[in-house]
Design a protein around this ligand. Sequence first.
Ligand code: SF4
Ligand code: SF4
Length: 107
Amino acid sequence: MSKEPDVLEELDEHYRRYLGIPRQLIPWYPTVDPDKCVGCKECLAFCHDIVYVYHEETKKVVVANPWHCQVYCQSCTYACPKDAITFPERREVKEAIRALRQKYPPA
Ligand code: SF4
Ligand code: SF4
């Protein structure tokens, strides 16, 4: 039998699991297109979960803490004036979570 993947211990407790599922197994987090990003930091100011970090060298924002992103939140896409932030298809993520629920049933 394969070993159960564990939660990422370096994550704050709050971010480790979603509905009892190790958060890093759920493929929900933003992607920033570096060609579109102008480094305005609107996303960074908007998100309270410290998902984004500004890189002084490139003058752009990157996704530094993807597992901090709240599952199904997409609010920062509306804060971005350059349409540089995208998310996976909700339908696919819902299917992934449904499959994971078999392995990690509700407590
Ligand atoms: S979707 Fe929500 S939680 Fe995720 S990075 Fe954007 S504002 Fe933060
Ligand atoms: S809001 Fe958009 S353009 Fe501005 S820093 Fe964030 S990703 Fe880049």
